[in-house]
Design a protein around this ligand. Structure first.
Ligand code: KG4
Ligand code: ZN
Length: 346
């Protein structure tokens, strides 16, 4: 019999509920965005985000069930993002998930948000095989993760300061672009040329860590200096040059991670992987090195519940369900749940 997981994601400013069958087939993936509300403040206001989740969650659960043409009686298990994220936002999804699970006596599966992003790759019609390296690049993380099998994660490198998405959002803000800055900056970059030689932080030889704070300062200095000298600023060139600098380092380190670990499968995940310059640069580099690149569809790169349902399926299959003590955690490390005899099949 098939496993139908109802999954809930409320870690930041999207209320999302999905129904995923056997970790592969997405029957529905409803996303209620709060962008309009937070745009007024130039970023996510945590208190407003949790109240918005409260207002949306029942409706979004109903929509996800009706789009999937299912009722709660058909659901096998309930999954929810446990963390990391905004704790007030996480709690809304978590309490709702617990309510459904206990009310209907269903298993409850807590999922790590990054694990969800990573598992968006397993929703592809041809999912990756193990071992693989995944670049998870979002508003809060820039991590290179090695996976030997399901539920087995080894961190190869991470940002030492800003996440790439955070850098996109900060630069977009000083260029007076609306929140969330990443997609707006990408559109502006497409109208300019990468003519400004912003720095690329490669760090010490052999390190797979990232650093974007130097690049961010260089871009801010460039903008302030032009203003002070009364020179004309070319925002499209700034955006294109910034994007090129971020993309170059992300691609270089991802390829290095794949080559040094000897894997042939490279995956991309997280909101910044919606960026078409990054997708195409990574595609070209992967091909040049004989690597197979996996990239989720754009709608599955940014926050959504289908990715949580996909990750939950593999946890559930391995018997790694949660108990009534499951709690929201703003800071949550990505820990291995694979047992030693773990399952390598996709
Ligand atoms: O994964 P995500 O939706 O939420 C987090 O887990 O953080 O990622 C959001 C981040 C934001 O920083 C947003 O600006 C960035 O992803 N982002 C992009 C693009 N789309 C979203 N950055 C660059 N180009 C894009 N097209
Ligand atoms: Zn995310």
């Amino acid at each position: 019999m098939s496993t139908k997981i109802l999954s809930i994601e409320t870690s930041c400013d999207e209320t999302s509920v999905a129904i995923v069958v056997d970790g592969r087939e997405v029957l529905s993936n409803v996303i209620a965005s709060q962008i309009d509300v937070h745009q007024l403040y130039g970023g996510v206001v945590p208190e407003i985000a949790s109240r918005q989740h409260l207002g949306h969650i029942s409706f979004v659960v109903g929509q996800a069930l009706s789009q999937a043409k299912l009722s709660l009686q058909d659901i096998t298990a309930v999954a929810v993002t446990q963390g990391p994220g905004l704790v007030g936002s996480l709690l809304v999804g978590l309490c709702y998930a617990k309510g459904i699970a206990f009310g209907r006596r269903l298993p409850l599966i807590g999922v790590h948000h990054l694990e969800g992003h990573l598992y968006a790759n397993f929703l592809l019609s041809t999912p990756p095989t193990f071992p693989l390296v995944c670049l998870v690049v979002s508003g809060g993380h820039t991590d290179l993760i090695y996976m030997r099998r399901h539920g087995h994660y080894r961190l190869l490198g991470r940002t030492r300061d800003d996440a790439a998405g955070e850098a996109f959002d900060k630069i977009a803000r000083v260029l007076n672009l609306p929140y969330p800055g990443g997609p707006h900056l990408e559109r502006l970059a497409a109208t300019g040329a990468p003519t400004i030689p912003f720095p690329r932080a490669r760090l010490e030889a052999g390190s797979l860590d990232f650093s974007f704070s130097g690049l961010k300062s260089a871009v801010l200095n460039h903008i302030h200096n032009s203003q002070q000298r009364g020179e004309e600023l070319f925002p499209a060139a700034v955006a294109a040059s910034f994007q090129a600098a971020v993309t170059e380092v992300l691609v270089e380190k991802s390829i290095e991670a794949a080559l040094t670990t000897g894997v042939r499968n490279l995956c991309l995940a997280g909101g910044v992987s919606a960026n078409s310059a990054l997708r195409s640069a990574m595609g070209q580099a992967a091909q040049a090195h004989g690597l197979q690149l996996f990239v989720p569809g754009v709608e599955l790169c940014t926050d959504n519940a289908a990715m949580i349902g996909a990750a939950a399926y593999y946890r559930w299959r391995a018997g790694a369900a949660s108990d009534a003590e499951l709690n929201a955690q703003a800071m949550l490390p990505l820990i291995n749940w694979a047992v030693d005899s773990g399952d390598n099949s996709a």
